[in-house]
Write a protein that binds this ligand. Structure first.
Ligand code: NAD
Length: 319
């Protein structure tokens, strides 16, 4: 079978990993990388035994698919050029800065018959994938993504930086339109929101509470899904998956009759490798990917709406 010719545009922190994963795939040829820092492109190209391009148009001519891992402000411009050239695109998250930009990418991808996948990596988190089988009708979801401060990523609000991952997961789990949102957030150490919480109320009655922080002292990443007959808990940090099943009856002491099972956290949990293999599979089979441009846009739309409404409640601190 012919190898799929892939390029990576933007090889900073995350793009480096995209390049490494592609370079290690037997059925992929990493034809080259491009970065506005030629030194960085050469460093990554040398490590991945590929070519560094000084002009990304030359890379586009040689590739049939690309990962775009530039800062988000460049996703739209670079993406439009790649799609116009007929390339399949793996776009890092968030898909774009604005909804208009996302719409243009989705429309062009559809017109060109190109694959457009968005890098919502957590969908490929082995903990989440292990739970898929147990999710039927979520009633209440609690998600926490609490991180220590990291100077990278602070060009955007914590909602676009971190919370968007949980927004995407929750939208993919709760198959119902949203009825109301109640977001709150504060800017503490940067000029944009650093801690945020939101209640998402769905038309089917499900409620999700989502919390994100990038100024915590330690990291917590947990997702809890309550259903009538079960509660599902993924603790990504402790690598623990717990399924609590309820019979519906009460014990003689008045507790709900339930049984907890700890599932093994899948070892081979390389979410990025799984995500990029899924993209390559979509390129080969021409099937819609699990996280399409449309789903990337949905997560962006809700994130932007939360940010907008948060502003209404924010107090300017002149301390
Ligand atoms: P980064 O700053 O480390 O890397 C960006 C790289 O792009 C830099 O090397 C820079 O020189 C290069 N660059 C800038 N403009 C360019 C252009 N026009 N063309 C080509 N290269 C250009 O940033 P990062 O942390 O790697 O983030 C990159 C993207 O990945 C962002 O969209 C970010 O939101 C996303 N991201 C996603 C996740 C995830 O979990 N899915 C995690 C981190 C970052």
């Amino acid at each position: 079978m012919k190898k799929i010719k892939v390029g990576v545009i933007g090889v900073g922190y995350l793009g480096n990993f995209h390049a490494q994963k592609y370079a290690a795939m037997d059925h992929v040829e990493l034809v080259g990388v491009f970065d506005t820092s030629i030194d960085r492109a050469q460093e990554i190209a040398a490590a991945c035994h590929t070519r560094a391009f000084a002009d990304y148009h030359e890379l586009i001519e040689r590739a049939q698919a690309v990962s775009i891992v530039t800062p988000t402000t460049f996703h739209h411009g670079v993406g439009m050029e790649c799609l116009a050239a007929g390339l399949d695109v793996m776009m890092e998250k968030p898909v774009t800065v604005t909804l208009d930009e996302a719409d243009q990418l989705i429309e062009l991808a559809s017109r060109q018959g190109c694959i457009l996948q968005v890098g919502h990596l957590e969908r490929f988190n082995p903990g989440i994938m292990a739970l898929e089988h147990y999710i039927d009708h979520p009633l209440y979801i609690e998600s926490q993504r609490i991180h220590q401060f990291n100077p990278r990523g602070n060009d955007v609000d914590v909602v676009l930086d971190l919370m968007i991952h949980d927004i995407d997961i929750i939208l993919s789990i709760v198959k119902s339109p949203l009825k109301a949102i109640r977001p709150l957030g504060s800017s503490i150490v940067t000029s944009s929101t650093d801690v945020a919480t939101a209640q998402l109320i769905f038309e089917n009655g499900c409620v999700a509470t989502v919390s994100a922080s990038r100024i915590a002292q330690s990291n917590v990443r947990q997702l809890v899904i309550h259903q009538k007959k079960s509660t599902l808990i993924v603790d990504y940090g402790k690598k623990d998956i717990t399924v609590i099943e309820r019979s519906g009856a009460m014990t003689a002491e008045g507790y709900p009759e339930e049984e907890a099972t700890h599932l093994p956290f899948p070892d081979q949990g390389d979410a990025l490798k799984a995500e990029l293999l899924h993209f390559i599979d979509a390129v080969q089979t021409r099937q819609q990917p699990k996280v399409s441009g449309v789903e990337g846009r949905q997560a962006l739309a809700l994130a932007l709406q939360l940010i907008d409404e948060m502003k209404e409640h924010q107090v300017t601190h002149n301390l």
